[in-house]
Design a protein around this ligand. Sequence first.
Ligand code: SF4
Length: 307
Amino acid sequence: MSAVWTEREEATGAAGAMKIERETHKLEKRLCREVGRAIVDYNMIEEGDKVMVCVSGGKDSYALLDILLKLRARAPIHFDIVAVNLDQKQPGFPEDVLPGYLKALGVPFHIEEQDTYSIVKRVIPEGKTTCGLCSRLRRGILYRVADELGATKVALGHHRDDMLQTFFLNMFFAAKLKSMPPKLASDDGRHIVIRPLAYVAEKDLIRWAQHREFPIIPCTLCGSQENLQRKQVGEMLREWERKHPGRIENMFGALQSIVPSHLLDGSAFDFKGLKATGLPDADGDKAFDPTDFPAAAAPSALRVVQL
Ligand code: SF4
């Protein structure tokens, strides 16, 4: 096990080791708590479910599988887990890594081999982004595998920061107030997709991956460029997190607390049919009064240092 993190001072000696152990324990508890909370809040996993966990070889999906296995061991309900990896035949994909890891973990697994890489390379002109077609092909294959395995839920490793990024991407580039849902029915109407890491911060997943020493498979094997817009939005959010502690949590809280009557979407709130009720409402809109907001917190002087 490697050191996970320390704050400000480097942890050294026995006291340092104890501190690291304490922090790691706290991190594990937090991850289990947040994943458990999301599962309960959105009723993601039910008695008798067979959850197909999509494992790509990235830190998020390794952590998802890891935490779900921990939670299953103490869950009040019975559910099965099967890990699935789609080997897309990208050049240099280390095909022994995941089977070796999953075998050692003792979890049932299936590796689906489908050469989507060649299809994408053939169809998409050189220099154009390949992720759209690649993701569509992957989705179709994974849904078929879920059917074949009898999986009742398909679990993906997207986390809180992915959801926030998607929210801003939709707002900036698609003029939509829309994020990534924690639970959804698939577009073919046949599957329920869940995102149990919905409440988990990416920085916690980075630390957990370091601690657990997951055999990470780089996601750049296909040679595709990282989506520039997503990268920019990610940087914007990280900058806000550095400069304005609490802002990320507030934004995420906002996604769970929407007020359609105070937005402008006539399909989400019946503005046309709105009538005065004649009854006073203490929580009703004050209309003319400006809203008071709590003072912004000062930028944090404390930086988390990765070991
Ligand atoms: S980065 Fe490569 S593997 Fe990932 S979605 Fe894009 S094309 Fe597919």
